[in-house]
Design a protein around this ligand. Structure first.
Ligand SMILES: Cc1cc2nc3c(=O)[nH]c(=O)nc-3n(C[C@H](O)[C@H](O)[C@H](O)COP(=O)(O)O)c2cc1C
Length: 196
């Protein structure tokens, strides 16, 4: 329990990655953690497309960046000072931050709990990643990475079944040597409502 608590507290979004690819046995464990996540009705409907092709990840990340309109950081609002997101730094052109492994989560379009199923799998995976020294970052609105002819062709190459859509991506890779591990922002108070 103490270990799990420490991992939850330690995990942070990593947006600066070393070029080193993650080891196969670690990737297997991370994927297994996703496969064993809860799913609504026990349907296990999420598909995990693991892409370790550098050029493909870069092209999809650039398409995603071109289709994202984040609320840009200002003096009072930012996502991360230590590991800037595309909302913090307008010069970042790849929404996948050059992560060596990008997993796109596909789930049925017409299922009420597709997003929740993906998010729960992703959290399991991020925690197992952290426990193995692997950095991760959750990327929302996964469909925007495929929103041009190249992206549509990738979907065909991956044989994604009709009726499924890209809910999100999970980035995985080792943090860059010399980078300090990001610290968590202070937690906002008054969010817990208790009644006895
Ligand atoms: C639903 C969701 C969508 C997110 N989308 C993005 C994203 O598109 N790009 C990104 O850099 N981070 C994204 N994040 C990561 C959050 O920015 C990050 O979790 C938050 O700033 C807190 O930082 P931490 O993960 O280090 O605790 C997303 C997180 C969630 C839960």
């Amino acid at each position: 329990m103490a270990d799990l608590y420490n991992i939850i507290m330690h995990r942070r979004s990593i947006r600066r990655y070393s070029e080193k690819q993650i080891e196969e046995d670690v990737l297997e464990k991370i994927l297994e953690a996703g496969m064993y996540a809860p799913s609504a009705g026990g349907r296990q409907g999420v598909l995990f497309a693991v892409c370790q092709n550098k050029e493909m990840n870069e092209r999809l990340g650039r398409i995603k960046r071109a289709h994202s309109r984040p609320r840009m950081a200002d003096a009072t609002h930012y996502v991360s000072k230590e590991q800037p997101s595309i909302a913090d730094d307008a010069t970042l052109t790849n929404a996948f931050y050059d992560a060596p492994t990008v997993i796109t989560f596909f789930a049925p379009k017409n299922f009420l709990f597709s997003k929740e199923d993906c998010a729960l799998a992703a959290e399991n995976m991020m925690l197992v990643a952290d426990a193995n020294g692997v950095g991760s970052c959750y990327i929302g609105q996964g469909w925007t990475a495929f929103d041009d002819p190249y992206g549509q062709d990738v979907l065909k190459q991956w044989n994604i079944p009709g009726g499924y859509y890209a809910v999100m991506q999970l980035l995985l890779g080792y943090p860059r040597d010399g980078d300090a591990h990001p610290t968590a922002k202070p937690r906002k108070g008054d969010r817990i409502i208790r009644w006895k």
